[in-house]
Design a protein around this ligand. Structure first.
Ligand code: ZN
Length: 189
């Protein structure tokens, strides 16, 4: 398969896995919009490694389309066979363990991000950029200002452990963070 064909296979696979899911925001946008944006952010900043782009498209399928260890094992096997070891390892690295409480998962992301592979670090930054853009442009219903600001703050802590591989990507995170922070403070919404 050509690289382009593999990338579209990853996109199709992710779209199928997420087909019944929507994002948290008030627009109820299709879930797949998020991984597409994450992959696009990476290519916008010059990332051309096909395994990184495939991992970006697939980055939430394990965390958000499985409900037990057996399903994770089976899905991992499929990703390994279709897209290879590097893609699977990256997707696994950026997937939270959903058996843990949310606050613990958040703490572990801050602690573990500095130890991740280069691919996973870049993916983490693009993921946080996409999520912060959603908080500004399509915010989750019932999230008060404090919760949005706390999300921004936590994202920055995670990203601080992932910096240094793509300067322009790092700077874009800072820009999106600052613009969203200022917007939330200004609108108090
Ligand atoms: Zn994500």
């Amino acid at each position: 398969m050509s690289e382009l064909n593999l990338i579209f296979s990853a996109l199709e696979f992710a779209a199928d896995r997420h087909k019944c899911q929507t994002r948290k925001g008030i627009c109820k946008m299709p879930y797949i919009n998020h991984p597409i944006r994450v992959a696009k952010i990476l290519t916008d900043f010059g990332e051309t490694d096909p395994e990184l782009i495939m991992a970006a498209l697939l980055h939430d399928v394990i965390e958000d389309t499985t409900s037990n260890e057996q399903e994770i094992k089976e899905l991992s096997e499929v990703i390994l066979n279709k897209f290879g070891e590097n893609v699977l390892l990256t997707v696994l690295e950026v997937s939270d363990n959903k058996n843990l409480p949310v606050e613990e998962r958040k703490r572990l992301q801050v602690v573990h991000t500095p130890e991740l592979s280069d691919r996973s670090k870049k993916l983490k930054i693009a993921d946080k950029i996409s999520n912060i853009l959603d908080i500004k442009n399509d915010p989750p219903e019932n999230w008060p200002l404090e919760r949005k600001l706390a999300y921004l703050d936590w994202s920055k802590q995670v990203v601080n452990g992932a910096r240094g591989l793509n300067k322009n990507l790092d700077q874009y995170f800072d820009k999106v963070y600052q613009e969203t922070y200022d917007y939330l403070k200004r609108t108090k919404y």
